[in-house]
Design a protein around this ligand. Structure first.
Ligand SMILES: Cc1ncc(COP(=O)(O)O)c(C=O)c1O
Length: 397
């Protein structure tokens, strides 16, 4: 069957493909260690699960308002107030089926063919394709490892053309774990205001933070910046709720209304039961988040220490997320049994084939020098996986 032409531009998500390959090998009885995972390895906390069960038992199983129930919107408004110090009205909030869906909806209502959308690299794998699916052009803006893979204002300035419509920012970032400081954001803010850019801020990891650096969003820098920023967030990562599919955005009323209109002709409301669970997540006790983040931090420290001990590997210690993005380019040009390793895909394939270790090649995020390691797995798996990594690398010459 002939598919629509736009399909020629769209790739399946490489992170999901790695997971599929790892799962297939596991199903075939191979002991694969999976560092490719993009979700917390914790169960959704009990009180949140119970809220979903209660919703079913109480018959809360019908269509809801397209953009989410009022109670949930109010809880999101309260979260923006407490977490960001920003005030929004109910009419500025839209709940969707995951942050990815919020981003997709936004691209559909904001971007026209010919519009350019600036995406700093390394970037989350879905941004370019979400932009392409709207018919617009992703413009990848390279950042440097020496800058912690963060965008410098002058580099942003240089990438802007008359066609530039928006910039997508993600802090802390998947895959690098880097997080912008207030001062760094102020530099970006001045370019954004001067060049009248719209910013889509993807804050999905904003609660998974390590160390003392305070988390800041561009919209928190002033009323004028709030007007230029659309915030996307969700419950997937913070509350180990990836399968429930609840994300949300805060945007000016006309943008929120347009997103709701698009959603009304595609998915309709996000699942009623999941909305009740998300409500419990946002309004209930938050110690479950602290427990999860504390465990992630232990694993992070261990993983970074072990990666840094491997010769030829450089690591920028993440400020947040559950990923480490490590530079392995010193191994490019090496070979094993006559097969050369030319880049991150070759190295990830070698690790999968020889060590049964799943990692995501950096090229999937627009940065070929690196591999992404997720530490959303147990400490013993981390240790075994890093043993296998060191051994496999030692066989390269
Ligand atoms: C940077 C980033 N944004 C958005 C998402 C999607 O989140 P959700 O599960 O809420 O759709 C992910 C998931 O991996 C992510 O890493």
């Amino acid at each position: 069957m002939k598919l629509a032409e736009r399909m020629a531009q769209i790739q399946p998500s490489p992170t999901l493909s790695i997971n599929t390959k790892a799962k297939a090998l596991r199903a075939a009885g191979v002991d694969v260690i999976n560092f490719g995972v993009g979700e917390p390895d914790f169960d959704t906390p009990e009180h949140i699960r119970q809220a979903g069960i209660d919703a079913i038992n109480e018959g809360f199983t019908r269509y809801t308002a397209v953009g989410g129930i009022d109670e949930l919107k109010d809880a999101i408004v309260a979260k923006f107030e407490s977490g960001y110090g920003l005030s929004f009205g109910r009419n500025e909030i839209v709940v969707s089926c995951g942050a990815k869906h919020s981003l997709y909806n936004l691209a559909q209502i904001l971007f026209d063919p010919g519009d350019e959308v600036l995406i700093p690299s390394p970037y989350w794998v879905s941004y370019p394709d979400i932009v392409r699916l709207a018919g617009a052009t992703p413009v990848i803006v390279a950042t440097q490892e020496t800058d912690g893979f963060k965008l410098r204002p002058e580099v942003l300035e240089e990438a802007i053309t008359e066609k530039s419509k928006a910039l997508i920012l993600n802090s802390p970032s998947n895959p690098t774990g880097s997080m912008y400081s207030k001062e760094e954001l102020e530099g970006i803010a001045s370019v954004v205001l001067q060049r009248r850019l719209l910013v889509v801020s993807d804050d999905i990891y904003y609660k998974i933070l390590f160390g003392d650096q305070p988390w800041v969003n561009l919209a928190m820098l002033g009323e004028d910046l709030k007007r230029h920023t659309i915030i996307v967030n969700g419950v997937s990562k913070t509350y180990a709720m990836t399968g429930w599919r609840i994300g949300y955005l805060a945007a000016p009323p006309e943008v929120a209304a347009a997103v709701t209109r698009v959603q009304s002709q595609s998915t309709s409301n996000p699942t009623s039961i999941a909305q009740k669970a998300a409500l419990a997540a946002l309004t209930g006790p938050q110690d479950c988040v602290e427990v999860m983040v504390a465990e992630f931090e232990k694993r992070l420290n261990h993983m970074v220490q072990r990666l840094e001990a491997i010769s030829g590997v450089s690591v920028i210690k993440p400020s947040g997320t559950f990923y480490v993005f490590a530079n392995f380019s010193s191994y490019f040009g090496c070979s094993y049994n006559g097969q050369s390793i030319h880049g991150s895909i070759d190295l990830a394939t070698y690790l999968m084939d020889k060590a049964h270790l799943a990692v995501v090649p950096g090229v999937a995020f627009g940065e070929d020098s690196c591999l992404r390691f997720s530490f959303a797995t147990s400490m013993s798996q981390i240790d075994q996986g890093l043993d296998r990594l060191s051994e496999a690398l030692a066989h390269l010459s």
